[in-house]
Design a protein around this ligand. Structure first.
Ligand code: 5GP
Ligand code: MN
Length: 316
């Protein structure tokens, strides 16, 4: 499959690489890494990594602007299971579309699709592609892919880290001599305001009867702590392994976009099918959702509490 994808990449002089809305390090590192490896291999090609919000991950590189009409252009979509979440306007204008993703399958909307939900991250898939094709990555490309992989596995802690993950990472560390502690400071450096918000979240987490921990972060709280709407989501992984909590979530008011964004994590009950009922989705143990009112958010909390109850009963 990688070789087939490589053949198509070779054929096109103009390539756009997109990923999901609400950019995260795996999405951005995979697109920038793939772009730079293609350019390093084929310097004459025009390759654009597109999408909004890349500024906050500037250590992963810069994104491009594409204003072509899609003719004679290949679109590669990374880390995105469904069409509506692609951060690129008019996906269907492109001559040929390829999807490379590690989310559970949602829908087929590309001409060629490589979906492996056993893979830790899209960066892991792109690393694999580097080894199986004649694409020539630089050390910087591998550094970025490493950071994307580390971010999606939460430093190899989630159960999406497989023996394959450790194997390929070991190979990359050996072949490219990565300085990992230096790289981590890019990924994990954060402002004091966010650490203070984390304190607030711990103080104000409520826990339901069956172990759903939730924190409501209103616009006023965001203003008090001088943090942006993504901050609650950025901190969500720090609330793993709380004895009383099986599923936990940040519920953040996003006044500008008139929605309430919810980030959900689990250390047992499957949550993506529940998130799908609330305009969201994701992985079995890491999902997101969007609702319009706090009442809807409360319904989601109840559904998750129910899932925790069933999960606890299944363990008996
Ligand atoms: P996060 O909480 O970090 O935003 O997202 C966790 C996971 O859920 C990621 O894999 C992300 O792609 C997915 N996800 C987050 N929000 C949504 C959403 O609104 N819809 C869908 N389908 N997936 C989402
Ligand atoms: Mn990912």
């Amino acid at each position: 499959m990688y070789k087939k994808i490589f053949k198509i990449i070779k054929k096109y002089d103009s390539i756009v690489i997109a990923r999901h809305i609400g950019v995260d390090p795996d999405a951005m590192a995979s697109q920038v890494g793939l772009r730079d490896a293609i350019l390093n291999t084929f310097p004459k090609k025009q390759v654009y990594a597109v999408g909004n919000g890349g500024g906050k991950f500037s250590y992963l590189g810069k994104l491009d602007h594409y204003d072509g009409d899609g003719k004679k252009t290949l679109l590669i979509i990374l880390d995105t299971p469904d069409k509506k979440r692609v951060d690129c306007s008019d996906v269907d204008q492109f001559e040929y579309k390829i999807k490379i993703d590690h989310h559970p399958f949602v829908e087929k909307f590309c001409d060629m699709e490589l979906v492996n939900d056993k893979s830790s991250s899209t960066c892991e898939l792109i690393m694999q592609m580097m080894y199986q094709t004649r694409l020539k990555p630089t050390k910087e490309v591998m550094e970025k892919l490493y950071l994307g992989l580390v971010s999606d596995t939460n430093r190899f802690m989630f159960n999406n880290s497989t023996s394959f993950t450790f194997g390929i990472v070991s190979q990359v560390l050996k072949d490219y001599q990565l300085d990992i502690s230096n790289l981590y400071s890019d990924l994990y450096l954060r402002p004091l305001s966010e650490v203070r918000l984390q304190g607030y979240m711990g103080q104000n987490m409520k826990v339901t009867e069956n172990g759903v921990g939730y924190i409501k972060i209103t616009e006023d709280v965001l203003n008090d702590f001088q943090v942006d709407v993504a901050s609650g989501g950025n901190l969500i992984n720090n609330f793993n392994y709380i004895e009383e909590v099986l599923v936990w979530m940040a519920i953040t008011e996003d006044i500008k976009n008139e929605i309430i964004k919810i980030n959900i994590r689990s250390r047992g009950p499957i949550i993506n099918t529940i998130a799908e009922k609330y305009n969201g989705g994701g992985h079995k143990l890491a999902s997101g959702a969007k609702v319009m009112t706090m009442d809807e958010a409360d319904c989601l909390i109840r559904d998750l509490d129910d899932a925790c109850k069933k999960y606890l009963e299944s363990l008996k």
